[in-house]
Design a protein. Structure first.
Ligand SMILES: *Cc1c(COP(=O)(O)O)cnc(C)c1O
Length: 353
């Protein structure tokens, strides 16, 4: 069945092993972030085999999928909805939290179910997404609730997600400072100081990670080898562990620019065209409903992505091409592309050892 996403467990294993080993050298544990592949159990098992100490996801549905595949050490990365508290108590080992109200709700539910819940407090060290703002940690601690059923096992910070703030020594040290405040004010010995995501791997490779940071939560790095790092992918890693295949359903010689007056395309944008004269154009049976075309790169570099509507991907072909109707074209994907393809129910997922 096409479109089809081919997943190389070997490549994911090799990427993960290399990065986990590198982090281990400076006593950093890695949590494998599974959200980009929707908690697919076989991929998650591959990350565990390569040495990640926990599996982390932002969606409770993916956590449940992992749990049902008998995988353990599960972390919920997205700060909880109050409406999912009971499911968290049931399925999640460590849960990220940034609100007192949420701590109280977790404590109450843990008590009700006669269990304990482990929690990681999120600190916003400057990216302005989730977490207690680093300047307001003392204030947050002063409102600390009385809870008997929670274990505060760590604190974490996230960067380069909302504001694109890049991890530096100075910014990452704000998290180490916050840990000191928790220790002074509440006597908490935080076991986990989780410094960031894939964007923080630059600090690891440059040997600049501030002492005290002992955990990173990695998704993109393990899957695509750090394609989004400002310095580019990590040497020796694979960027093609996911290959998207689509089938050609039309192949014709046509003009590259319409000869009539144009308005908006199917997505409300006014298209612009490069005039290549008449040329070969193929339609592959995949579209924006599956993957945003900007996220795809043809493996055959003679192919050019011209654009896509919901279900049709338009490709420009060279004059001397040898493609036929029914041929399969392949694409590598960036992180968002992998996420798109994994979440499209129309894309078959095939494990390719
Ligand atoms: C998604 C996410 C990660 C992983 O990010 P990558 O850039 O894929 O490594 C880490 N932490 C949190 C809180 C996340 O939401």
């Amino acid at each position: 069945m096409y479109p089809c996403l081919k997943i190389s467990l070997n490549k994911i294993y090799e990427n993960t092993k290399m990065i986990v080993d590198k982090c281990q050298e400076i006593n950093i544990n890695v949590w494998g972030v599974t959200k980009v592949f929707c908690g697919h159990p076989e991929i998650a098992k591959t990350l565990q085999a390569a040495g990640v100490v926990a599996l982390a996801d932002s969606r409770i549905q993916n956590i449940i999928r992992l749990k049902e595949a008998n995988l353990n050490n599960l972390v919920l990365l997205r700060i909880p909805m109050l409406s999912e508290i009971d499911a968290i108590i049931k399925y999640v080992d460590i849960c990220a939290v940034s609100e007192i109200t949420t701590l109280q709700a977790l404590d109450k539910a843990a008590k009700f179910f006669n269990t304990r819940q482990q929690v990681m407090i999120m600190i916003d060290v400057g990216d302005l997404r989730e977490g207690v703002y680093y300047d307001s940690v003392a204030q947050f601690i002063s409102a600390w609730p009385d809870t008997n059923n929670l274990d505060i096992v760590g604190i974490g910070a996230n960067l380069t997600c909302y504001s694109g703030v890049l991890p530096t020594i100075k910014i990452t040290e704000r998290l180490v400072q916050a840990a000191k405040l928790f220790k002074q004010a509440l006597g908490l010995n935080l076991e986990i100081i989780s410094g960031g995501n894939t964007s923080s791997l630059g600090l690891v490779w440059r040997k600049q990670m501030p002492p005290g940071i002992n955990n990173l939560r990695l998704g993109e790095g393990l899957i695509l080898g750090g394609l989004t790092l400002p310095e580019g992918p990590i040497a020796g890693t694979h960027q093609d562990s996911f290959i998207l295949q689509a089938e050609i359903v039309e192949l014709k010689c046509k003009p590259s620019v319409p000869s009539d007056e144009i308005g908006c395309d199917a997505f409300g944008n006014i298209p612009v065209f490069e005039d290549l004269g008449w040329h070969y154009r193929a339609i592959a049976a995949i579209g924006r409903q599956d993957v945003f075309p900007e996220r795809m790169t043809p493996v055959d570099s003679t192919l050019k992505i011209l654009g896509a509507s919901s279900d049709h991907l338009l490709l420009g072909l060279p004059d001397n091409h040898a493609y036929r109707i029914g041929d399969i074209v392949e694409f590598t994907l960036d992180y968002v592309g992998v996420l798109n393809a994994m979440t499209s129910q129309y894309v078959a997922k095939v494990i390719d050892k």
